[in-house]
Design a protein around this ligand. Sequence first.
Ligand SMILES: [Zn+2]
Length: 326
Amino acid sequence: MSMRRRRHSSLISLLLALTLLLSVSAAAFGEEAAPKAQIELKGEAELNWVCGEPWHEPGFTAADAEGKSRTADVTVEGEVIPWRPGDYELRYVLAEGDEVLAEAARLVHVEAQILPETVQPPKGTICLTFDDGPCAYTEEALEVLGRYGVKATFFIVANQTKYLHLLPKILEQGHTLGIHCYDHRSYEWLYKNERNYFTDLMTAQEIVYQYTGQYAHVVRFPGGSRTASFLAATFPGGYEEMYRVMRDAGVRVYDWNVQPESSTKTTEGTFIDFSNPKEPYEYAVVLQHDARLFSVKALESMIEWALGEGYTFAALDETYPEVHFE
Ligand SMILES: [Zn+2]
């Protein structure tokens, strides 16, 4: 570099330094200190979220330069997908036309749940499961189970508001509360894509939490996992990946391997089917519906028979091996 060029560049540096000095003093004399619109985040600007728990925006407030509330005018850009581990950025913007008056950002780390390892139950374990409640016959099922000290699992449909008061009762009696769905609507809608399915699941979790203060960790697909084949097909890794995504969201999936209601749809037929297994039960997950009175009516004789045969009843929890058709 020539002497002349060097002198030239130091002149530029000097000018730059002067400009900086001027702007700093302008700030010091209050030009920058004029009140500005502001967005204030409630909760942390960076936070961890448990995968599978319904996302709740912690909230924010906004005010314009005069201190007047503008909270209602803030738009939130970005989205947290609470059933998928990952980092999500939310941007909060208060704008007027094209001019951004204020903005803020939040970083949400959605962290996969780590479920306990499963343990093979002792040979001869029977897990009774009831789908489609809570409903008019749930209390009758609870009464019979309670009388024999038998623990079972209830896969509930969470939009049945009339009977949701039974949810805490199910837990208090030592049973497991699992999720069937929020709305037993068309399978076509439910299994169309991940978003539909998990939106339904998150809504059900929300309701279970409202009524019991805890989330469910066991799930049964409406129609079973075979019906969920449409959903499984949306994952590159098929069923295996779908089940892993579910576990990340804190739930294990249980189909069934005994279905005593199916052949006759009578109390007697349900009992006969159940009490004549081809092979002795090793780890039986029995599908029943508390929404079917004939099935609830079979419960007493089923329990009497199984206890007489030396079987043990247990409520499923996330330590029980998942049972899948596929
Ligand atoms: Zn069902």
